[in-house]
Design a protein around this ligand. Structure first.
Ligand code: HEM
Length: 154
């Protein structure tokens, strides 16, 4: 169970990143070129937030099942000073939840905005902030914070 959910969580990052980049590109292009906020723009807004929510659920499942997290909380006082444990136990968790909250707020606010430029701008700003946070909090093989592979086999 744990290894399957971890592999899914690892794979799903790519959907999160691709959908965010595409949504940001469409929002930027729509805002700058004063396009109409189309049905497709609305679907992209919605699906980007949904993909982020699925990744959040996978992350929570990984968090509950992870032997790293279980060990971390079994000896929290000593391990809080160990960066590798604290990264996944607190930092990754807090940054990713913040990013998903920002996406959720951005998506909901954009939906309620009255004009098309306002919709594009809200998506552009909130999704770009979230993408920045997510990019930093992913344990890339090149990250100075923590390292995991690009793809984890099932
Ligand atoms: C957009 C949101 C997120 C992205 C893109 C993301 C991405 C990743 C990636 C790429 C890994 C490395 C997977 C591997 O070892 O191959 C990872 C690990 C992990 N993630 Fe996330 N994550 C997100 C949200 C969350 C959330 C919200 C939680 C907790 C509630 C979480 C908990 C964890 C844990 C505990 C690990 C390490 C598991 C272990 O090695 O035992 N993630 N995450």
């Amino acid at each position: 169970m744990y290894s399957t959910v971890l592999a899914l969580h690892s794979l799903f990052r790519w959907f999160v990143l691709i959908s965010l980049c595409y949504a940001i590109y469409r929002a930027y292009s729509g805002y700058v070129n004063k396009y109409e906020f189309s049905m497709l723009d609305n679907k992209v807004r919605h699906w980007t937030a949904t993909i982020a929510h699925i990744q959040l659920i996978l992350g929570i499942l990984v968090y509950i099942k992870s032997p790293i997290i279980q060990y971390y909380f079994s000896d929290f006082k000593n391990l809080i000073s160990d960066w590798d444990f604290t990264f996944f136990g607190l930092i990754h968790f807090a940054l990713m939840i913040s990013a998903v909250v920002i996406i959720t707020i951005g998506s909901a606010k954009a939906k309620r905005k009255k004009t098309d430029p306002e919709k594009f701008k809200t998506i552009l700003v909130t999704y770009a902030i979230a993408l920045f946070i997510i990019f930093i909090a992913i344990p890339w093989p090149f990250s100075p914070l923590a390292n995991r592979p690009y793809i984890r086999p099932f």
